[in-house]
Every structure is written in C-alpha cells, then in structure tokens.
Design a protein around this ligand. Structure first.
Ligand SMILES: Nc1nc2c(ncn2[C@@H]2O[C@H](COP(=O)(O)OP(=O)(O)OP(=O)(O)O)[C@@H](O)[C@H]2O)c(=O)[nH]1
Ligand SMILES: [Mg+2]
Length: 326
C-alpha cells in the first residue's frame, strides 16, 4: 500500500524529533560512477546529518577521482565489477553493516542530505517497509532533463495499469528501506530499472510504502548523467514486463490468450464462412492457422492459471517465513 506523506501536514513526521532515528541504526549506500565533482560533498553532508551511520560508496571502476574523494570524505568504498546501478546497489546492501534502515541515495548531489531525517522519521513513525522521496512536486528548474518528467509519468501510468500501484515517482533514487524488506526481496535489476523493481516488488509482496516529497536539484555542470534515455528506457520497460509476467501471470497470460483468440477468430472467419456457404473449406491454410492460434491461446490461459496458483502458494510460504522470523 502506498500512502502519501506531506511534510506540511503537522500530524506527520516533522523533523521535530518525535520519531528521531538513532543514526547508529542506519547505513547509507551510495552507488557512484565518475562522480568526483560531488561525492565528497555528499558523503560529508550525510556524515553531518547521520554521525553514527555507516556511509558506503559503491564504485564501478570510476575513471576519475571518485574513490579518492569518497575515502577522503570518510566513506568506506567497495568495488563492484559488474557495471550498472542495480548491481552497485545490490552489492552495497550486501556489504553494508547490519542496520535497521538502509538509505539509498545518488552520489551526484541532487538530493539534499538533511531531508533524510524526514524519510527516516516517516519510516519509524509509520512502521512501513520503504519510504520513497518523491521528486516531482519539489523539483528545482532544470533538475529533470527534457522529456524525463514525461517518461516518468508514462511509467507511473503503466505500473498503475499493470499492478494497481499508485505512486508519485517511480524512479526516485532517494529511499529508506527496512532490513525486513531487503532480506525478503532479492534485487534482480542490473541498471536503472532497480528503482522500478523496488516499487513493484514492495507492492507485489504486500510491503507498506510511504511517499514523502523531497527537493530535487540539477546536477552540477561539471558532472555528467549516466542515464541513457532510450537504452535505459527500454531496459526499464523490459524489466516491468518481466515483473508483470512473474507477479501477475494470470493477467499476463490471460491477455496473451485474448489477443491470440482475436487473431484466431480473424483467421478463422473465412474458412468458417466457406463451410457454411458451400459445405467445404477452401481457405485451408487459414483454418490451420486459426486452430493453431486457438490451441496456443488455451495453453497460454492454462499456464496463467497454473503459475498464478504457484505464486499464491509461494506468497503464503513467504508470509509464513516472515511471520516466524519476526
Ligand atoms: N556504481 C555505479 N553507480 C552508478 C552506475 N550508473 C549510475 N550510477 C550512479 O547512480 C546514481 C544515479 O545516476 P544518474 O546518472 O545521476 O542518473 P539519474 O539521477 O537517474 O539521472 P539524471 O537526472 O540524468 O542525473 C549516480 O550516483 C551515479 O553515479 C554504475 O554503473 N555503477
Ligand atoms: Mg542524478
């Protein structure tokens, strides 16, 4: 379930300290590739706000001084050989010391460190499993590249259609994730599809998600984005399609079956017409095609029913394990 938290709302986390989280319970994971212009500042700011937290930078063989700057600022740096933000986050979560809350944030200084308190307080106060710092309401001019807000809106619409998820920002890189959620939800995304995967998995596995608007500002001119609009857009689309197949198999294979039946009817119209008019089938290839498509449609629907029943059983087992270990 996704619930919006508005920082202006006085009944919700305010930063006044009512639900302040001890920073020793927090680990901050920062995936970073060629961010020497900003990583030092990001690490220092998070150190100021969360003095006892572990700050971990995950580097994929940056060719600039990222590692040096991060170490100088007091972060622990780990290397990940597989390139991609998803792999970097996965290895960061695995290498970080045991914590109650894991903060993920970008190393390009686009998210303000001080607002991590808002996110942590929301996590503590609402006892949810993930807090997403949503950017669209409070982004500064130039923070989003042209077309990216539209792309985000398209994917927000898509996940609402496919999974029923209501979110204000599918791709925020500023999140607080609880240990409970992280342990129960292995990440598979390799690159920039990782944020969408986190949101979809949380929803599909019944974890509670809260959204808090955060400020989002433009990259410094000295640094450059790693996001390739079409390459990563395609990867995200593919990732969402795979999650749809895996988490909602009845809908995925059911709709496939409907499409196949439509083609099958279209192909079968002529031979059926033949038969009723003359008693013979003249369009033999179309009759064979229609029968084949119809058979595949039935198989597809059956597969959907089967997988959805397996999913249900797996969900029950996961809930049971979660209950026993909590
Ligand atoms: N370790 C690692 N970090 C990465 C990789 N790709 C991106 N990152 C980091 O992930 C964070 C987000 O990347 P950005 O390029 O800022 O992507 P974005 O914020 O979605 O897009 P922009 O709005 O264009 O900045 C930054 O801290 C990057 O350095 C990677 O392959 N390896
Ligand atoms: Mg960025």
């Amino acid at each position: 379930m996704v619930r919006m938290v508005d920082p202006q709302d006085s009944s919700l986390p305010t930063g006044a300290g009512t639900a302040r989280v001890d920073s020793a319970r927090v680990a901050v994971v920062i995936p970073c590739r060629n961010e020497q212009a900003t990583i030092g500042k990001v690490v220092r700011r998070f150190r100021e706000v969360l003095p006892e937290a572990e700050i971990l930078v995950v580097d994929n063989a940056s060719r600039d001084g990222t590692r040096h700057e991060a170490v100088e600022a007091g972060a622990r740096v780990v290397s990940e050989s597989r390139p991609g933000k998803g792999f970097a986050l996965l290895s960061g979560f695995e290498s970080a010391r045991e914590a109650d809350y894991y903060v993920m944030v970008d190393g390009d200084d686009t998210y303000p460190a001080r607002e991590v308190e808002l996110l942590l307080e929301a996590a503590e106060e609402t006892a949810c499993d993930m807090v997403v710092g949503t950017r669209l309401k409070r982004s500064r001019p130039g923070a989003f590249r042209p077309g990216h807000t539209l792309g985000n809106q398209f994917f927000i619409w898509l996940v609402r259609l496919l999974f029923g998820i209501r979110t204000d920002d599918l791709f925020s890189g500023y999140r607080v994730i609880t240990r409970r959620f992280l342990k129960a939800s292995p990440l598979m995304a390799e690159g920039f599809d990782v944020e969408a995967e986190l949101s979809v998995r949380a929803h599909a596995q019944g974890f509670r998600v809260v959204e808090v608007p955060v400020e989002y500002r433009a990259r410094r001119p000295a640094s450059s984005s790693k996001l390739r609009t079409f390459h990563d857009g395609y990867r995200i689309l593919r990732g969402i399609a795979i999650l749809f197949r895996d988490y909602r198999p009845l809908a995925f294979f059911g709709w496939l079956a409907v499409a196949l039946i439509v083609f099958s009817l279209w192909s079968g119209l002529a031979p059926i017409g033949d038969y009723f008019r003359t008693g013979f089938v003249h369009h033999l290839p179309r009759a064979v095609l229609a029968a084949a498509l119809f058979t595949i449609a039935v198989l597809s629907f059956g597969l959907g029913v089967l997988l959805s029943s397996i999913n249900r059983r797996a969900g029950e087992l996961a809930a049971l394990i979660r209950k026993r270990s909590s």
